[in-house]
Design a protein around this ligand. Structure first.
Ligand SMILES: [Zn+2]
Length: 111
């Protein structure tokens, strides 16, 4: 069984990239997040309650992401973190997160 959910997060962050990058200034994004969760425990009535997934992402919404996670807040690191955390939290078989930082830039991670 596979479920998916789409949500958006409005958050600020600041990167620490080498060189003269605009991303090193404090700025914000409307992140578009696509979550896919696969579970092979076919006896479950629901894979994960959609409400629980939304609740999980609430801690990343309208915040300064650098205050929430202890690593560089690139979209690559965020999707890896979200996929791993959701997989552990809900004891499911596979999680894919697609995170769109801007209209043209996205990162995808499956664990
Ligand atoms: Zn950014």
């Amino acid at each position: 069984m596979k479920i998916s959910i789409d949500l958006t997060l409005d958050s600020a962050h600041q990167l620490h990239l080498e060189g003269d990058s605009k991303c090193n200034n404090l700025h914000g994004h409307r992140y578009e997040i696509h979550v896919e969760i696969v579970d092979y425990h076919e006896e479950r009535d629901i894979v994960v309650n959609f409400h629980e997934i939304k609740k999980f992402f609430d801690m990343y919404d309208h915040v300064f992401l650098n205050d929430v996670v202890p690593f560089e807040t690139t979209i690559e690191n965020m999707v890896r973190h979200w996929a791993g955390t959701i997989k552990d939290m809900f004891d499911v078989s596979k999680v894919t997160i697609v995170g769109k930082e801007t209209e043209n830039c996205l990162a995808e991670y499956t664990t």
